[in-house]
Structures are given as structure tokens and as C-alpha cells.
Ligand binder design. Sequence first.
Ligand SMILES: C[S@@+](CC[C@H](N)C(=O)[O-])C[C@H]1O[C@@H](n2cnc3c(N)ncnc32)[C@H](O)[C@@H]1O
Length: 347
Amino acid sequence: MTTADRSPGRHPGVGRVRPGSGPPARLFNSAVASYAVVTAWEVGLLDEMRASGRLDIPRFAREHDLHEPSVRAVLQALEWAEVVRVTDDADEAKPGDAFAEVYATKGFFGWLLGGCGELLRTGGTVARGGSQGRARIRRDAGRIGTGTADFGRQFIDPVLHRMLEEIDYTCVVDLGCGNGDRLVSAVLARPGSRGVGVDIAPDAIEAARRRVAEAGLLDRVALVEADARRLEPRPEFADVDLATCFLMGHDFWPREDCVAVLAGLRTVFPRLRDVALGDTYRSGEAPGPELPILTLGFEYVHALMGRYVPSLDEWRDVFPDSGWRCHAEHDVTLPPNTKIFHLVPAC
Ligand SMILES: C[S@@+](CC[C@H](N)C(=O)[O-])C[C@H]1O[C@@H](n2cnc3c(N)ncnc32)[C@H](O)[C@@H]1O
């Protein structure tokens, strides 16, 4: 070993780079900044900054009953990611270059780190534990619903609403309704229509109930806590003529189960005429610098949970065997690799 090799700061094979800088530092800091996005959203900081174009840090902390050093730490992490800029006197923060884009996509951060945070943290147990490890999987349905509602409202609803204008419906069921946002907007879009939300998670049903009440639709929308893969006919389902299902269709898989669920819909909902099924499919993309937001996290989380994510071709291939014809496919810009399939009975 030469004298230069032993000099302080020298790392074999890395040259004169400071240890822990470069790729590992970027990776580490982006994890911190991503959590800061979720915290800033949760405490109202992102909304305040968007509404006012600035943030008076001491006042914001005081008025929201927040620990000011924590708020400053969140801002520092966001500043690293160029989401905000803290002014020189350090008492005011302003939106940074990345603010608008991060604000628009905050739901993806909430979905991953808020909704799937415990699963990510216990990945080792899950991977090591086989079915036992998987049985311990915990996800936060409330936070998942808040995340999907946020990006769904911006990116899915406009496409869905264009579709709904062409569908004649009086009663819509939303399978995997989450916090009810999409269901409420479908019912509001059609005067006099009614709705039914189905979700397997009690937290999601609770959140949906609050959303339905907020929209003043308690007399027009019923909520049912049930597994959408194993539904039986019931009085609330008798008039359903449109079924929607967003961001959970992959839970119907593997293929033979999906065929059974889709084929069974017409028995469970005897008047069903249209289905709008929107889901993110397996990308098949190699991880690289062009990989968009969500894809890596979506496929990672589902692999940990042992859930199959079908490809676009697999989706296209399953409809004819389930008694449905795909009348149209609609792309949404985000989530990436997502389509809304408009299905009608094959005969
Ligand atoms: C990713 S969230 C999407 C929520 C909502 N559709 C939206 O677009 O905002 C998936 C939802 O499906 C629900 N879910 C998952 N598997 C289900 C099943 N087998 N039956 C009913 N709901 C299910 C989850 O509890 C969760 O609320």
C-alpha cells in the first residue's frame, strides 16, 4: 500500500471521494426527503405553501400546534430535494423548483411510505418467513386510500368522467372503494343515481362513510364491508348496472381466480351492463434512470406480499374467458402503466 492509499479520506477503488458521498448519500437523503414529503403533507405544510406561496415557519408551527424544530427538520429535508427554499433569515420557506411536481404526486409518497410503511420496514421478516412472514403483513388501509384518492382525483377522475358520460347508469358499485372518493364522484356526476361501496378493510369503509357523509350522500350510497372476490347477491346489489374497480383488480388474480370473479359479477349484480376496471399492470421495464414514479415501489410491495401483478397482455387475454368484451381501453397519465378497461357483456 502506498502512502497515498493510507491518506485520510482515501477509500480503495473510489479515488479521493469523501466516504459515504455520491450514490449512497443520494440514496439515503432521498429516503429522508421522501418521508419528509409525507410528513409535510400530513401536517398541512404542503397545502399551506401551495395556497399562500410561502410559509412563515414560526407562525405555521404555532398555529398548527407543531414542534418547531421538527417543522424545520422537515423543511431541511425538503430543501435538499429542491421542494422548498428556506430564506436567508431562516424564518420563511418558499416553493422550490420541484414543488409543483412533488405536490401533484404526493399521493404516491403517501401510498408507499404511509400506507405500506410497515411492510417496507419488515421486508426481512416477510421475505424470510414464507407464508408465516406474509401472515404478519400490515398495511394501513386509511393511508393507502388517502394516497390513491389524491392521485386518483387528479389523474384518474378526468378520464373516468369522460367515460361515464357515455355510459347509461343509475346505480354504481365500486369494488375496493377505499375512502370512497371515486364512488362519490361517480354518484355526483349522475343526478338521481345511487351507489354501493365495497371494501374488505374496516378502516377503508369507515373513511368512505365519512366521505359519503361529507358529500351529503348518506341516503344514496350504501357501504358494504366484504371481500369483492367472494360476493353473494344481496338487496343493495339488485339495481347495480355499472361496476367500477380502481387499483385493486390485480387482487383478483391468479388467472383462474380472476376469470371466476369477473364471470361471477353478472350473477352477483343481475342488472350489470358495464364495468370500468382501472388498474396498473406489470411494466416489464428494467430498472433504470427512466423508470417513472411508483413502478418500482408498486412491483416491490406486491412481490413482498406474494400478490401477482398481471401484464397488459394478461389482462387483455382474461376478459373473453370471463364472459366480457373489452369495448375500449383508456390510458391515464399517472399512475404509469395504467389503463381503464371498459367492459361490456360478451353476449
Ligand atoms: C389501492 S386501494 C384503491 C382504493 C380506491 N379504489 C381508489 O381508487 O382510490 C385498494 C383498495 O382495495 C381494497 N381491497 C383489496 N382487496 C380487496 C378485496 N378482496 N375485496 C374488497 N376490497 C379489497 C383495499 O382495502 C383498498 O381500500
